[in-house]
Write a protein that binds this ligand. Structure first.
Ligand code: NDP
Length: 400
């Protein structure tokens, strides 16, 4: 039985801690540490109530490598599972390197002062992790995460050659608030307001933010408008899926969300540079986060479903083929199970599964890895077991 140290105590963490606690044969001991200890204690109390399992809590500012090293040395875990923010990825990877402990996260590093997420900073650790005989698994959430594994599964079982991938992400739910984001508002708004980017014939092509869109008929949700965006899993999939000619990422947004976002942008509230306010330096987007609803609190009354998956085109047995691999997740059901909305749920479950596969040795090799570089089969099996069942369908409509 292994010991896991989970860092971060937000919406995703609530799901990860519950899901790890529900698999005691793998996760023998769970330590939860975050910047604000009370949030760890709240999660620990919920886990105790639901599953009658104890969680050890602690406090850490994970931007501080020295403090994070001390935390790891104090608890001596087999794996550090990072569900804090992408800004902490590098400092936690450094602390794991110094202490010789395996690492997992759900979102790739981005520097706080530049909305630019790229794998180069984390891939730069490959050799150091290999030399120290430790492993890092990057992006074990839903997208990135499950979407990468869907592509690996398609490559292994469904196609002889894959030519196109369209990752489609729809939240068809309604939380009843005028404006809220489903995960950390700062990270979410930085992502959505960035320029769009996709990969075609070996080259990255960029588009104005949210300027390319089309309608898509999502199973169990219906017809929705989805917008082309840049998303991190495309960077590794473009390298790791053989014969790929084009990969794009699409996300749905409602009119009300987009109108609010446009206004917030126009008045400068999404800026990430520091401004002077009554003698204090503040970042407008961080202030906005402080006044928006906490994504972890959206579960109550959240209705509707998410549908996230990959439309994959290619060749099988000499014939053209197109498949849609996807999961449907219901906000009300995840709230009933864990008190969490579906976006936190669909991220937290794969983080637990990634950790489980590492700790049981099914996915285990020194170095820094993306999800599609592993055998997809045990992960796909666990998705069905732990709450995220998936389907594969023939898909007759192409994504324009
Ligand atoms: P939240 O904002 O709800 O939670 C983040 C947590 O991290 C908070 O508890 C926060 O502490 C803690 N934290 C922030 N800074 C530090 C620090 N310096 N040291 C220690 N702890 C810190 O975020 P979510 O739960 O919504 O998201 C968690 C992660 O999951 C993010 O990286 C997000 O990008 C990723 N994600 C990935 C998805 C995927 O599909 N791959 C989808 C959705 C999210 P405090 O309580 O003090 O603020």
């Amino acid at each position: 039985m292994a010991k896991v140290l989970i860092i971060g105590a937000g919406g995703v963490s609530n799901v990860v801690v519950h899901k790890c606690a529900a698999v005691p044969e793998v996760f023998g001991e769970i330590i939860l540490a975050s910047r604000t200890r009370e949030r760890c204690e709240e999660i620990a109390a919920r886990v105790k109530k639901h599953l009658n399992r104890d969680t050890i809590t602690d406090q850490v500012d994970a931007d501080d490598v020295r403090r994070t090293v001390q935390l790891i040395q104090k608890h001596n875990p087999d794996l550090v599972l990072n569900v804090a923010l992408p800004y902490q990825d590098i400092s936690i990877m450094d602390a794991c390197l110094e202490t010789g402990v395996d690492y997992l996260d759900t979102a790739n590093y981005e520097p706080p002062d530049e909305a630019k997420f790229e794998y180069k900073w984390q891939w730069a650790y490959r050799e150091k992790y290999q030399q120290n005989n430790i492993m890092a698994l990057l992006g074990s959430g839903f997208d990135p995460g499950v979407t990468n594994v869907f592509c690996a599964y398609a490559q292994k079982h469904l196609f002889d050659e894959i030519h196109t991938i369209d990752i489609v992400d729809c939240n068809g739910g309604d939380h009843g608030k005028a404006f809220a984001t489903n995960f950390n508002p700062e990270i979410n708004i930085r992502e959505v307001t960035a320029r769009g980017k996709y990969w075609e014939n070996g080259q990255w092509k960029s588009t104005d933010p949210l300027s390319v869109h089309q309608s898509f008929n999502f199973p169990e949700v219906g017809e929705r408008n989805m917008y082309l965006m840049y998303h991190e899993e495309m960077e590794s999939l473009a390298l790791n899926i053989k014969g790929l000619r084009r990969i794009r990422f699409w996300m749905t947004f409602g009119e009300e969300y987009l109108t609010h976002l446009r206004v917030l942008q126009n008045v400068g509230m999404t800026r990430i540079d520091k401004v002077d306010y009554q003698g204090h330096k503040i970042v407008p987007l961080q202030f906005l986060k402080a006044v928006l609803p906490d994504p972890g609190s959206l579960g109550d009354n959240y209705k509707g479903k998410t549908c996230i998956g990959c439309v994959i085109g290619g060749v099988k047995d000499g014939k053209p083929s197109r498949k849609f691999i996807y999961n449907i997740c219901d906000h009300a059901e995840t709230y009933k199970e864990l008190g969490s909305q579906a976006v936190s749920y669909t991220t937290g479950v794969p983080a637990m599964i990634g950790a489980k596969l590492m700790l049981t040795g099914k996915w285990k090799k020194a170095g820094v890895w993306n999800m599609e570089q592993w055998d997809p089969d045990p992960f796909m099996e666990d998705l069905n077991t732990y709450g995220l069942p998936w389907k594969v369908e023939e898909w007759s409509h192409s994504v324009k």
